[in-house]
Design a protein around this ligand. Structure first.
Ligand SMILES: [Fe+2]
Ligand SMILES: [Fe+2]
Length: 403
């Protein structure tokens, strides 16, 4: 199976995974094995579904990469969060079911712990877009990142005993609720296409404090500070701004280690997920592009220790993605190489001349070995400018990138 953008569906393509109705995770719009009618595409987009998995001969093994149990957990989590948020939006002031969130995050944590040595990050990124709901996504991503930062967490949370210091449930819970304050904002401003005015920007920037007011006292302080400080930047930029409660005078912003370590993790994950997800005012960007932008535009924004680990574990090319190689052939990404993340394993599905290849398994290419070939396009977007400079030391750089 391969994952394709809904705009790239062609008649006759057969689903490899069902398409669930976003509001009812147990119900399906189309089942596995059904053809996708192209007139359904506008509706899928309205529902926020931009990618679907379709069958492709001999690529069925990719299904095994994605753990069914984890799928179920995330769908469940998504459903609970959605229902809970909706209830609170419909009846302003309606109580959220905090214990429900705690339970959901705990069961998610267990599933993650059991699978911790498998390729979970790939699963995460491979998620169908309808589940790419920001809060569940960053909840996952932050806990996965946290797992790679255990030593650092123990060191940074010195006052806690080591077992408690690396307990990621509070981080996950905080992330799940980090943007909760947005339900108190006017959706017309929140979902406005195009640029916000400075006044509107200030208005939207109230959401961490609004969210903090909502969660305080209901969840642990370690989780609540994630809600309050997830827009705080390592170099002191960011918000909310601090004021002295006695005098009302502005205070220096929180910076570096003054920011709780869970909130430092939140910042990295939040920026990445927001950019890789389709939103009303911007299209989804391929991970390679977002990683590049984070490393160039966001300098000084993130805790360097966390940032370094993050870049090491995020695949620039998600598994299952159809890509175009620099020699013109089409291929599917089938494996992630942590040592050389920009050179994954691929299997060819179309030749350089566009002829279909019937046995991709026999046409596997490890781009870590074939260093003169690289991935040039993802979803039709040219990604050559987003490779790190070091990549071109061993791969011939095409002329169009030099100019
Ligand atoms: Fe936020
Ligand atoms: Fe966010």
């Amino acid at each position: 199976m391969i994952r394709v953008h809904v705009d790239h569906l062609t008649p006759g393509m057969v689903l490899a995974r069902p398409i669930p109705v976003p509001s009812h995770p147990g119900r399906f719009l189309l089942q596995r094995g059904q053809r996708v009618p192209l007139n359904l595409v506008p509706r899928l987009k309205r529902w926020g579904i931009y990618e679907v998995w379709v069958q492709y001969p001999q690529l069925e093994f990719l299904e095994e990469v994605f753990d069914a149990e984890l799928d179920e957990q995330q769908r469940e989590l998504y459903h609970r969060v959605r229902c809970n948020f909706q209830r609170s939006m419909e009846h302003t002031g309606a109580a959220l079911d905090w214990q429900e969130f705690e339970r959901a995050v705990s069961s998610l944590n267990e599933a993650l712990q059991r699978n911790r040595f498998s390729a979970m990050l790939q699963k995460l990124q491979a998620y169908d877009s309808y589940l790419m709901a920001h809060s569940t996504n960053v909840c996952y991503l932050s806990m996965l990142l946290g797992m790679h930062l255990e030593e650092y967490l123990i060191q940074q949370r010195r006052l806690k005993d080591p077992r408690e210091a690396r307990d990621l449930r509070q981080l996950g819970l905080g992330m799940l609720l980090h943007d909760l304050g947005k339900v108190r904002l006017d959706p017309r401003i929140l979902n406005k296409p195009g640029r916000l005015t400075p006044e509107e920007m200030d208005y939207v920037r109230r959401h961490p404090e609004l969210g903090y007011e909502m969660v305080r006292g209901h969840i642990s302080p370690a989780a609540a500070v994630v809600v309050l400080h997830h827009h705080q930047r390592w170099d002191g930029r960011g918000y909310p701004r601090r004021v002295d409660s006695a005098t009302g005078e502005p205070m220096p912003p929180l910076r570096q280690r003054q920011i709780p370590v869970f909130a430092r993790i939140a910042t990295v994950v939040d920026v990445f997920d927001a950019a890789t997800t389709h939103r009303c005012y911007s299209a989804a960007k391929p991970p390679i592009r977002v990683l590049h932008e984070m490393q160039t535009w966001c300098q000084g924004m993130f805790d360097p220790v966390i940032e370094k680990v993050f870049y090491r574990i995020i695949p620039p090319f998600p598994i299952g993605k159809v890509v175009e190689l620099s020699n013109g052939a089409q291929a599917v990404v089938v494996d992630f190489n942590a040592e050389e993340p920009y050179r994954p394993k691929v299997q060819l599905i179309r030749t350089e001349k566009g002829q279909p290849i019937s046995s991709p398994a026999l046409n596997e290419m490890d781009l870590a070995i074939y260093q003169d070939v690289f991935i040039r396009r993802v979803d039709g977007q040219e990604v050559t400018p987003y490779y790190p400079e070091a990549f071109w030391e061993t791969t011939p750089r095409p002329e169009y990138v030099l100019s």
